[in-house]
Design a protein. Structure first.
Length: 467
């Protein structure tokens, strides 16, 4: 049928044939162009399939099955060669060859298309080709396979379910052979088996493609969600603490600077040989005024923290906790802290401001993460609990396995600007306290009997009147 590189004689004849109109009505053309024609025909309806078909690999167990079929075919038809050919444009490859005696074709042998092969015609016409005696046939007496001693041929095209050509299944003989009707039927039956396998392969490849696409889609959504959670967790803290810190820094630094200037002026006035008491008094008055101003600023900032303009609505605190946990999970994971929850079922609703209550839980969780990060040699865990508390309150607790609370700090935890952290503002718990009190509750923190500490707060259950 072919050799890897056709010798010059065959090549010359092949080229000649490709320029000369064939004697038979069947037009010749290269497999490349055959393949292009078939592709074009199916392109509109099978764009995605074409891509799939090109990359589908025939697995070993199917190749083994095809090997048995092709061996049987050669044996039953008493021919030296039965083949399954595969188009791999611009070549055609021996995909499976019968292990029969005298078979001149080797597995994986490739030949250039457009050389007048029997198989080219089969694929072009998409029909059975029967050449009983090529030597006696003007159309075929110069074809490349004669060089290999193969002078008769019978082959049919093998196609993917979308119509693309896979290749051919064929038999060749070293002597004239008319191949009986029964043999033809047998060849068609073998082709049916091959095409059924290709159908299954294409279906499973398409399914695999869909799974891959869906997985990629899910991964993309997961990444976007993670991004959004990180941004939200960060933004919520930044807007609260960042804005407060900025206003404190800006508003307090001016009176402080003025106070230190006036103190210097006062001291200079007193240090004079004849102390200027009046000027010293003025300086001290200015210091008092600036002190009051700084105090006002702090009060205003605290009022801001209280956020008087709150919007209360009936809430299930468990929902609020779950929302925060969802946002916080990544933050915790990135610090190597595991988060867990133990939420009471059927807990009474509260009348509250969702965003503010989220703030409280977030601040407690953030403190918990920081407290656990400060210790080594034990598991870093945070647990959020919710439960009823007395007849008219609910309680939320955040337990950690962190540093615990130094006894001398217990009374100062909720004071504004109390912090034991290098970069702490000392505002988180103070804000929590303001919010919790606005919701008719209390907040407190204690060291655990084991390791770490627990910060818990109560909220008035819905329907209860304020005390
Ligand atoms: N879970 C905890 N374990 C141990 N100590 C804690 C815990 N939570 C708070 N503290 C102590 O209380 C102090 C005040 O906490 P607070 O949240 O008000 O401020 P901060 O965390 O230091 O700074 P920020 O204003 O950034 O929140 C902390 O500096 C820390 O000493
Ligand atoms: Mg804090």
């Amino acid at each position: 049928m072919f050799r890897l590189v056709p010798d010059s004689d065959i090549l010359a004849r092949a080229l000649l044939r490709s320029c000369t109109p064939p004697a038979r009505p069947i037009p010749k053309c290269s497999i490349a162009s055959v393949s292009a024609v078939f592709h074009a025909r199916n392109e509109a309806e099978h764009v995605s399939m074409n891509n799939t078909v090109e990359t589908i690999q025939v697995p070993a167990q199917i190749t083994e099955k095809w090997q048995e079929i092709i061996d049987l075919l050669a044996e039953m038809l008493h021919v030296p060669s039965a083949l399954i050919m595969k188009v791999e444009s611009p070549n055609i490859r021996v995909f499976v060859r019968s292990e029969s005696e005298g078979n001149p074709y080797e597995r994986d042998e490739r030949a250039c298309l457009n050389t007048g092969l029997y198989c080219e015609t089969v694929m072009k016409t998409r029909q059975l080709l029967l050449v009983p005696d090529a030597l006696a046939d003007q159309e075929w007496n110069a074809n490349p396979d004669i060089k290999l001693g193969m002078i008769s041929y019978m082959g049919v095209p093998v196609a993917w379910p979308n119509g693309d050509i896979f290749g051919t299944i064929c038999v060749l003989d070293a002597k004239p052979n008319a191949y009986s009707e029964l043999y033809r039927k047998l060849l068609f039956q073998c082709r049916e088996v091959l095409q059924t396998d290709l159908k299954l392969l294409q279906a499973s490849a398409e399914l695999e493609l869909k799974v891959l696409e869906r997985t990629a889609e899910l991964r993309r959504s997961g990444e976007l969600l993670h991004e959004a959670q990180t941004v939200l967790a960060h933004a919520t803290r930044v807007t609260t603490l960042g804005e407060l810190a900025a206003s404190i820094a800006h508003e307090v630094s001016q009176p402080l600077a003025a106070m230190s200037l006036n103190a210097t002026v006062g001291l200079c006035s007193l240090d004079l040989e004849n102390p200027d008491l009046s000027e010293a008094r003025d300086a001290l008055r200015a210091i008092v005024m600036d002190g009051n101003r700084a105090n006002d600023v702090i009060r205003r900032v605290r009022a801001l923290a209280k956020m008087n303009d709150i919007q209360k609505m009936p809430l299930d605190i468990n929902d609020v906790i779950k929302e925060v946990m969802l946002i916080f999970r990544q933050e915790a994971l990135s610090h190597g802290v595991s988060l867990s929850q133990e939420l009471a079922s059927a807990i009474p609703q509260v009348l509250g401001d969702r965003v503010q209550l989220q703030q409280v839980i977030m601040n407690l969780l953030m403190n918990g993460i920081q407290a656990t990060s400060a210790v080594t040699g034990r598991r870093h865990e945070l647990r959020v609990r919710s439960q009823e508390h007395g007849p008219d309150h609910i309680l939320v607790a955040v337990e950690d396995t962190g540093t615990g609370i130094e006894p001398q700090n217990v009374d100062r935890l909720f004071s504004a600007f109390f912090s034991t952290k290098l970069d702490g503002l000392g505002i988180g718990l103070s804000i929590c306290q303001s919010i919790v009190e606005q919701h008719g509750g209390n907040i407190w923190g204690t060291s655990n009997s084991g390791v770490g500490s627990t910060f818990q707060f109560t909220l008035r259950a819905r329907g209860e009147t304020s005390s």
